[in-house]
Design a protein around this ligand. Structure first.
Ligand code: MEV
Length: 428
């Protein structure tokens, strides 16, 4: 895909059609992809019927595009599906600030998923563990017999781990983990099949009975990291000095690090950005949510997924690390035309690249929330966006929306009735 700029002037002031055209021009999108992203039969009924059971229809959500993202020196336009106002605007705005400071930097582990095989009633659990570890090569070989395509791509089962739980309500237990490089897949089907194939042999070696054979959504071998460095000058806002904003963000983050009540809301803000991309690209957002929150509690106490600190030169440094089991092939990423178009719009070439860009969006979203919370609070921005919705409900179109929204917000009367009156006045 040709290089393009993720800066699109005045995208917000356009109609949805004009925005789509502007995004299509910037990203060199095909007509078919534009139609898929417009929502005009983005998911044909026949496809929907094949995806889940007892289908009676389809459920629509808005698809927006966040602009300004630079990740590892490359520009990306970000498709985001969400019902929450201000998420897309906040991501775009923070990406614009970050862009002026060099953008986001990311890295990630190889796409390694875990599958668990639970062995009950092993006579000698620690002996079973050692026998299983001794059979490592045999078990890896067996796992890799099935999926020759994955092996050809450099993936496959790479290692095993074995845990012993000596004392459980159902007696001692041994749990074998398969560590599988799933390449560009999310990997659930691949690792579940491997676990089921290996189960009888594992039971034999462990001299126990196998019960569960299933992936773990705590994808702690598939971590992604995003980082951003912002100069205090870039954080200046209205009556707030940039240095104060940077310090406010650090102090706000500190509460999320030490207090689970704050951490969960802080992380929810990160997931506002991440889930929007995960849904837009047809990935399993429950898997991402489950993995994120389990990882946030990995030290035995639920904490912040991100860190915000001051660098030696006073710059604000934000970092995020979390599991990110995203795929580019299989599931809805393969069957849903709008998800496929969204992936092409992103222009990512591997699942790892998708995971890294998604993490950058999460960090941008976190920065937006903390910046607002540490200064004027979030209600002002939310009310402005709410006022836009009310203006649209009152019939405002195009450039009228911002003018009517501004008038009713300034009057402190964000109602459809007042918006209608302002609209009538404007049109007069
Ligand atoms: C709202 O959806 C998200 C925030 O609550 C996140 C946060 O508090 O950090 C604003």
């Amino acid at each position: 895909m040709a290089e393009f700029s993720s800066r699109i002037e005045n995208l917000r002031g356009m109609t949805p059609q004009d925005r789509r055209a502007a995004v299509a021009r910037a990203a060199n999108m095909s007509d078919a992809d534009q139609i898929a992203l417009s929502g005009a039969d983005g998911l044909p009924q026949t496809l929907a019927d094949g995806m889940i059971e007892n289908v009676i229809g389809k459920y629509e959500l808005p698809l927006g595009v966040a602009t300004n993202f630079t990740v590892n020196g490359r520009d990306y336009l970000i498709p985001m599906v969400t019902e929450e106002p201000s998420v897309v605007a906040a991501a775009s705005y923070m990406a614009r600030i970050a862009r002026g400071c060099g953008g986001f930097t990311t890295s990630s582990d190889a796409p390694v998923m875990r599958a668990q095989i639970q062995v009950l009633r092993p006579g000698d659990p620690h002996g079973a563990r050692q026998r299983l570890l001794s059979a490592r090569d045999e078990l890896i070989g067996m796992a890799n017999q099935r999926d020759t395509v994955l092996i050809g791509l450099g993936g496959g089962c790479k290692d095993i781990e074995v845990q012993v739980f000596d004392d459980t309500p159902v007696g001692p237990m041994v749990v074998l983990h398969l560590l599988v490089d799933v390449r560009d897949a999310m990997g659930a089907n691949t690792v579940n099949s491997m676990a089921e194939t290996l189960a009888p042999r594992v039971a034999e070696i462990a001299r126990g009975e196998v019960r569960l054979r299933i992936l773990s959504n705590l994808a702690d071998r598939r971590l992604v990291r995003a980082r951003v460095e912002i100069t205090p000058e870039a954080l200046k806002m209205d009556r707030f000095d940039g240095d104060d904003v940077a310090q406010g963000i650090v102090e706000a983050c500190t509460l999320a690090i030490i207090d689970p009540y704050r951490a969960v809301t802080h992380n929810k803000g990160i997931m506002n950005g991440i889930d929007s991309v995960v849904v837009a690209t047809g990935n399993d957002w429950r898997a991402i949510e489950a993995g994120a929150h389990a990882y946030a509690a990995r030290d035995g106490r639920y904490s912040s997924l991100s860190r915000w600190e001051r660098g030696a030169g006073g710059e604000l440094v934000g970092t995020l690390e979390m599991p990110m089991a995203l795929g580019l092939i299989g599931g809805a990423t393969k069957t849903h035309p709008a998800a496929q178009a969204a992936i092409r719009l992103l222009g990512v070439r591997t699942a790892q690249e998708l995971a890294e860009v998604t993490a950058a969006v999460g960090l941008a979203q976190n920065m937006a929330a903390l910046r607002a919370l540490a200064t004027e609070g979030i209600q002002k921005g939310h009310m402005t966006l709410h006022a836009r919705n009310i203006a649209i409900l009152a019939g405002a179109e195009g450039g009228e929306v911002d003018r009517v929204a501004g008038a009713i917000a300034a009057a402190g009367e964000v109602t459809v009735q007042r918006a209608a009156a302002e609209l009538a006045r404007l049109r007069d």
